[in-house]
Design a protein around this ligand. Structure first.
Ligand SMILES: *Cc1c(COP(=O)(O)O)cnc(C)c1O
Length: 370
């Protein structure tokens, strides 16, 4: 008699999951002392009102934590609706915008119902499609990074994810260009606006005219609340109704709801933080492009995508790797995207404080002369 085969969870799992590669998040060092410019977090703390609201929510004994949170994040939803000038029925809150993106893939994508996205863009989309065993339709940019409007319109995708401003390039797309897509594209267009608070324009005004638009926002970048996991979708009531049908019934915890609500109320504080980051960004772009003569995309986000040149004027994946390693050895973290020809020779550098950018600029100077 042959022995029973050992338990094999991977064999029992659905076949398409066996080869699935998880999303690779940027490094989060556990020790302090790093200049952390690799995951587009805000270099400044959130509004002081956030910690106050959280302490109030939890209380001295934590008793409120016995109770489930508001299942539809109702007070936050109302505040977001007022903030964007839309109705409560146009808002759905998620456990980070990644939660919302995941739900949108669940709603609209399968093996027979492709999800579209551009390359490069946010690299979570293909992972979410992979989890769903869905089909992808990929539209590649060229080095100009101009929006491929006609190819998007011609796409057979049922749902198309557009990151604007784009990641990891920082290039923002014009509202008028996005509207041209919306007028003719037959599927749902999701505009992932994680970085829109740093940009000159956004897609929210288009919601009133285009029921096939979903705008996705997050508190992780401009609101300095990546650790709280809050994002949201703005869309027509039909899409919001579908999201409400498939999301976890308590998808946003009590503490995060209270913190986000307080953050949203402090427009003065965040206006100053965003203005400072934009100024630092514009100065750093000039420094890279004009000061160093490095090819650098104009950025409408809180990061800069630049192609380093070594002391002999060479560029390429090896040069970018050498710059990143040099910075890493000096405890400065930046991000590389080596898997695609359009991105492999670049560094994506999050805009930090002015002090952090000074440390970075000195290190880049030392690298260029090394
Ligand atoms: C950071 C980022 C997100 C993730 O936001 P969370 O709300 O933290 O999940 C989504 N989309 C893009 C393009 C991002 O850069």
């Amino acid at each position: 008699m042959s022995p029973e085969p050992p338990f094999d969870a991977v064999k029992l799992a659905l076949p398409h999951l066996r080869a699935l590669k998880a999303y690779t998040p940027g490094l989060q060092p556990s020790e302090p002392g790093w200049v952390k410019l690799n995951t587009n977090e805000c270099p400044y703390p959130p509004s002081p009102r956030v910690a106050d609201a959280i302490l109030r929510e939890v209380g001295t004994d934590g008793a409120s934590l016995r109770l489930y949170p508001n299942p539809s994040s109702r007070p936050l939803r109302e505040a977001l609706a007022a903030h964007h000038g839309v109705g409560v029925e146009n808002v759905c809150v998620g456990n980070g915008s990644d939660d919302i993106l995941n739900l949108l893939v669940r709603l609209f994508c399968s093996g027979a119902s492709p999800a579209g996205f551009t390359l490069p863009s946010y690299s979570l989309y293909p992972v979410l499609v992979g989890i769903q065993d869905g089909r992808s339709e990929v539209i590649e940019f060229d080095r100009s990074m101009r929006l491929p409007i006609d190819r998007m319109i011609g796409s057979s995708a049922k749902v198309f994810f557009l990151t604007s401003p784009n990641a990891p390039t920082g290039v923002g797309f014009k509202t008028a260009e996005i509207e041209r897509v919306l007028k003719e594209f037959r599927g749902v267009l999701v505009v992932d606006e994680a970085y829109a608070p740093f940009a000159g324009e956004d897609s929210v005004p288009l919601l009133a005219r285009h029921p096939n638009l979903v705008v996705v926002r997050t508190f992780s970048k401009a609101y300095a609340l990546a650790g709280m996991r809050i994002g949201y979708a703005l869309a027509g009531p039909d899409v919001i109704g579908l999201l409400d049908r498939v999301r976890d019934s308590y998808n946003v915890n009590r503490v995060s709801q209270a913190g986000a609500l307080a953050a949203l109320g402090d427009t003065g504080y965040y206006g100053r933080v965003i203005a400072t980051i934009r100024d630092t960004r514009d100065e750093f772009v000039r420094h890279c492009a004009e000061g160093r003569g490095w090819f650098t995309y104009p950025s409408e986000a809180n990061f800069v995508f630049t192609e380093p040149k070594d002391g002999r004027g060479r560029t390429g994946a090896v040069v970018a790797g050498s710059a990143a390693a040099f910075l890493d050895a000096r405890r400065i973290l930046v991000r590389r995207f080596p898997s695609h020809a359009l991105t492999e020779s670049f560094l994506r550098i999050t805009v930090g404080t002015n002090e952090e950018m000074l440390v970075l600029n000195q290190a880049l100077e030392a690298w260029a002369h090394s």
